[in-house]
Design a protein around this ligand. Structure first.
Ligand code: DOR
Ligand code: ZN
Ligand code: ZN
Length: 406
């Protein structure tokens, strides 16, 4: 039994103080502070200014292993996730050898089962020639979704075939798209519309990392037609823009203008944007200092504390933060209700409120952050995955992880 005493939890009414009792992987009781009976043998955590939220689920991560494990590997990435309050990650297929077939998926799953400290799911990349194979059970039972690159980025996985772009909607798993901007977004919506006329139930179409006002407007319009259309934004496209961040600035999509960032915040507040995806894309400092650096920022370690801080500053409700960082992705991947309520599976992160700054002590192997020096109001004390304390005060505890395929 683990008891977290007198911590703030997000309720419909806002943050309220509660005692939270966890046993057998689940929340047992949520009581007003000090109202629960004393239970001998219980582990009690009583932070000074504790804030407990459902642990985040990150649908957009580039773990890098196999192939680029000098940048990041499953152990370092999952440790960075836990320190950032993330309990499950979904890994992109643009590895050194792109993951496009069963063999690549099996190889990655074997590595992750051995090394990951968080639950995980995998994506397969669509190519001009593999759509029929993706529909087969042997691939379907290994994936959480299909990733499409409509524009050039790390990995060279651009899809050109019209047949592939249409047929991919004839399989049931979510289809995630790196659009490369408004043009690619319109193009994939064209195929989605076409597929609607042919297939009964469409899979979810998930637009990755919105970065401009234009894309947000397009998504908003298309969402009126498609309930199954979803959109993601990264913490860096919300918190950074061309005017406040330049160093190691190469990222795809590029950082927007301050106005773009404000519009994206609006999209989050209104619920047009469903998911926080970190697009954690680690590259070494050496690589980022080159004349033509690879695109991408690490982000999984800092995302939730920074967003907690920003939501507070913007007076956005805690319930919206929980939907954005956890609940929407839990629904997408059928992970069950993660809210802090009796009987629900207990995956949560306990933050301490205070004044800190991003920098140093990184778990990510690349050991840098675009948020270096940024003030943050929260620091992770403890991360619980399905009832087990897997991170506490800088220490990790490896448990059996779950391979997610729903
Ligand atoms: O900046 C990016 N980095 N954007 C992407 O789409 C890919 C990613 C990577 O894999 O490095
Ligand atoms: Zn992308
Ligand atoms: Zn990405």
């Amino acid at each position: 039994m683990l008891v977290m005493r007198n911590v703030h939890v997000p309720l419909q009414s806002g943050w309220e103080r509660r005692d939270v009792w966890i046993e057998g992987g689940r929340y047992r009781r949520i009581t007003p502070p000090e109202h629960g009976d004393f239970i001998s043998g219980a582990r009690v955590v009583a932070p000074k200014a504790g804030f407990l939220i459902p642990a985040a689920v990150d649908p957009h991560v580039h773990v890098r292993e196999p192939g680029y494990d000098y940048k990041e590997d499953w152990e370092s990435c999952s440790k960075a996730a836990l320190k950032g309050g993330v309990c499950a990650i979904f890994d992109m297929p643009n590895n050194k050898e792109p993951v496009t077939r069963e063999r690549g998926l099996l190889e990655k799953r074997a590595i992750a089962l051995k090394k990951s400290l968080v639950d995980f799911g995998l994506y397969v990349a669509l190519t001009d020639g593999n759509v029929d194979e993706i529909k087969e059970t042997k691939i379907q039972k290994l994936i959480s979704g299909v990733k499409i690159y409509m524009a050039e980025t790390t990995g060279g996985l651009l899809v050109r075939s019209d047949r592939a772009l249409l047929q991919v909607f004839g399989q049931p798993k979510p289809v995630l798209v790196h659009t490369g901007g408004a043009e690619g977004l319109c193009r994939i919506l064209h195929f989605y519309t076409k597929a609607k006329k042919r297939v009964g139930t469409l899979p979810v179409l998930y637009i990755c990392h919105l970065s401009t006002k234009e894309e947000l407007t397009l998504v908003e319009g298309a969402k009126r037609e498609f309930l199954s259309l979803k959109a993601e934004v990264t913490p860096h496209h919300l918190l950074l823009h061309r005017k406040n961040y330049e160093e190691y600035g190469s990222v795809l999509p590029n950082l927007g203008t301050p106005e773009d960032a404000e519009c994206l915040w609006d999209g989050v507040a209104r619920g047009t944007i469903d998911f926080m995806g970190t697009d954690h894309a680690p590259h070494t400092v050496y690589e980022k200092k080159k004349k033509s650096p690879p695109a991408g920022f690490p982000g999984i370690e800092t995302a939730v504390p920074l967003l907690m801080t920003a939501f507070g500053e913007r007076k956005l409700p805690a319930s919206r933060l929980v939907r954005f960082t956890s609940q929407a992705a839990r629904e997408l991947f059928h992970l069950g209700d993660g809210s802090i309520m009796p009987k629900n599976s207990a995956s949560c992160v306990l933050f301490e409120e205070g004044e800190w700054e991003v920098g140093g002590g990184y778990e990510t192997k690349c050991r840098w952050s675009p948020f270096e020096g940024v003030k943050t109001g929260y620091r992770t004390l403890l991360t619980v995955v399905r009832g087990n304390v897997v991170y506490r005060d800088g220490k990790f505890n490896k448990r059996r992880v779950r391979f997610i395929t729903a």
